[in-house]
Design a protein around this ligand. Structure first.
Ligand code: ISL
Length: 512
């Protein structure tokens, strides 16, 4: 399948579907929902980590890259899932967490034993911290380890030790992991914090070291013409994207950039970003990557982001309208669209009132660092608004919540669940299906040029043009706006009709 035809659906295995009633989603649960995934129309799945893990960071702390976490399934289950997805015309990429391992990984257990252990240089040890790098989850990124009295680097949780990519043995080990999964039939990888693997010790924070592109080339050498890879690179931007994804670079197919999420003030800053600013950044990314002849990624949600209909849209009065508008922005632009499980039914954030309902290490560290300094209610509000538990609650297949779920249930499940959405006259899933169907049937949307026509504080109009045909997409923001109309036949509209004004969060798609 060509990159421009891919439409991704991200699955968080421990929260997608629980097939054996233990309260944890599993691979057999995903197998039981392949028809649901196929009917949506997506043709690729990004599976977040399902490998052996102590679950400090819900699978992004891996203790064995070649074994499946027991509660999630077995290697045979994953082999069967790969096979069944392929039989249904759906590609599958796995999540390659190459920057760090769990401190329970056998490499780290050996490495910490002694300074002359053969695995010592698999990780980054210093007598004293050489800098004041901070962990993404708060606090110093250097942890003193009693066994040898030295510090090791952890860009994330203390239990996630950074690998030393300057060590050729580490590079060989990770290359072997890539070989192992490709040999089992996966179609590529989403590469976790890939721009952190090369350290630049002169910088005041980790990221984009001098050998980054060398290491990426080495990791995927021999595969780049036949697999799909997307790098999670917080340092990626319009200027350096071609260093990662240029055809001649033999590195990555594409990268995730994050500027459009408008999180400069941090995820726990409770403020909706201005919708015109969000789409301006989406548009700028589109123009830059089109200029560079690179497929852009387009997304609003993943397992780290709060639900877009809550953070960017309106999850009360205009939940259907804003969920379908945001879906249109993701699915009608140029490049590779990514949807997070639950986004297709317009899932919102949960609202909890007790810190005991949260699980995510980033949120819990934030709470512990601020409890007593920020009033409790305000602290909980911040975590409700921006926390990573929001996209990770169990998929609400019916209105009945799982009693023994590993994470607190979705607090709006009684009204927002798959069963009721599929029945609804205005089904978000139904609209996403139509958007995806349109994307598949209109070459303008997969092969066409992107043109920004109008972007005002009230609305955004863009076009997709290909071989004499043109699709025009009208996106209205939060208030009613006078509308002079657009040439063409209405292909899709998230309101019953086209009036003299654009309604809040109205999306209209025209063909000329
Ligand atoms: O979104 C973030 C920036 O505030 C962080 O939550 C996130 O840690 C960062 O985007 C890196 O994310 C990736 O690596 C982490 C893991 O916790 C995330 O789930 C993963 O997507 C460490 O592996």
């Amino acid at each position: 399948m060509k990159t421009e035809d891919l439409i991704f659906y991200q699955i968080y295995p421990k929260s997608f579907c629980d097939s054996n009633g233990d309260g944890v989603g599993d691979l057999r649960g995903i197998l039981s929902k392949i028809d649901y995934i196929k009917n949506l129309g997506v043709n690729a799945v990004w599976l977040t980590p399902c490998f052996k893990t102590p679950n400090v960071d819900n699978g992004y702390d891996i203790s064995d890259y070649r074994a499946i976490e027991e509660s999630v399934g077995t290697l045979d289950d994953l082999d069967e899932l790969i096979e069944k997805l392929h039989e249904n015309g759906i590609a599958i990429i796995l999540d390659l967490v190459a920057n760090h391992t769990s401190t329970e990984h056998k490499w780290f257990k050996e490495s910490r034993k002694s300074k002359d252990n053969p695995y010592r240089d698999y990780y980054i040890w210093r007598e004293t911290p050489p800098n004041d790098w901070q962990s993404s989850f708060g606090g110093s990124a250097w942890e003193l380890d009693g066994a040898t009295g030295e510090y090791y680097l952890h860009s994330f949780a203390i239990e996630q030790a950074d690998l030393n990519w300057d060590n050729p043995k580490v590079r060989e080990e990770m290359k072997a992991v890539v070989d192992f999964w490709l040999a089992r039939g996966v179609d590529g990888f989403r590469c976790d914090v890939l721009d952190l693997i090369s350290k630049d010790w002169k910088k005041n924070e980790n990221g984009s070291g001098p050998r980054l592109h060398e290491y990426i080339r080495e990791l995927f050498d021999g595969y780049t013409d036949r697999i799909f890879t997307v790098g999670e690179c917080w340092s990626a931007n319009a200027k350096n994207a071609k260093l990662f994804c240029g055809k001649d670079r033999k590195e990555l197919t594409t990268v995730f950039a994050f500027k459009h999420l408008c999180v400069e003030k941090g995820r726990f800053h409770v403020e909706k970003p201005a919708l015109d600013e969000v789409v301006r950044r989406v548009s700028d990314w589109q123009l830059a990557l089109q200029e560079a002849n690179i497929p852009a990624t387009v997304f609003f949600e993943n397992h780290d982001q709060p639900r877009s209909v809550s953070r960017i849209g309106d999850d009360e009065k205009y939940r259907y309208e804003s969920a379908t508008l945001l879906g249109g922005v993701v699915l009608l632009h140029r490049g590779v669209p990514f949807l997070m499980q639950g986004q297709e039914i317009g899932m919102t954030n949960s609202r909890h009132n007790d810190i005991g309902k949260f699980n995510d290490v980033e949120s819990m560290n934030f709470y512990r660092a601020n409890v007593g300094k920020i009033p409790e209610a305000e602290l909980i509000e911040k975590i409700n608004f921006g926390g990573r538990d929001n996209p990770r609650c169990m998929m609400p297949w019916t209105e009945k919540t799982l009693e023994n779920g590993w994470l607190a249930p979705y607090t709006r499940q009684s009204e927002i669940n798959v069963e009721s959405d599929l029945r609804a006259e205005r089904s978000v899933y139904g609209f996403y299906r139509e958007l995806i169907e349109l994307r598949k049937n209109e070459p303008c949307l997969t092969r066409g040029e992107y043109i920004r026509k109008e972007l005002t504080p009230s609305y955004y109009i863009f076009e997709r043009a290909y071989e004499g045909e043109k699709i025009t997409v009208v996106c209205n923001f939060r208030t009613e706006t006078p509308f002079a109309g657009v040439e063409g036949r209405v292909l899709l509209n998230n309101y019953p009709e086209v009036g003299e004004t654009l309604k809040p969060y109205q999306l209209i798609v025209y063909k000329n």
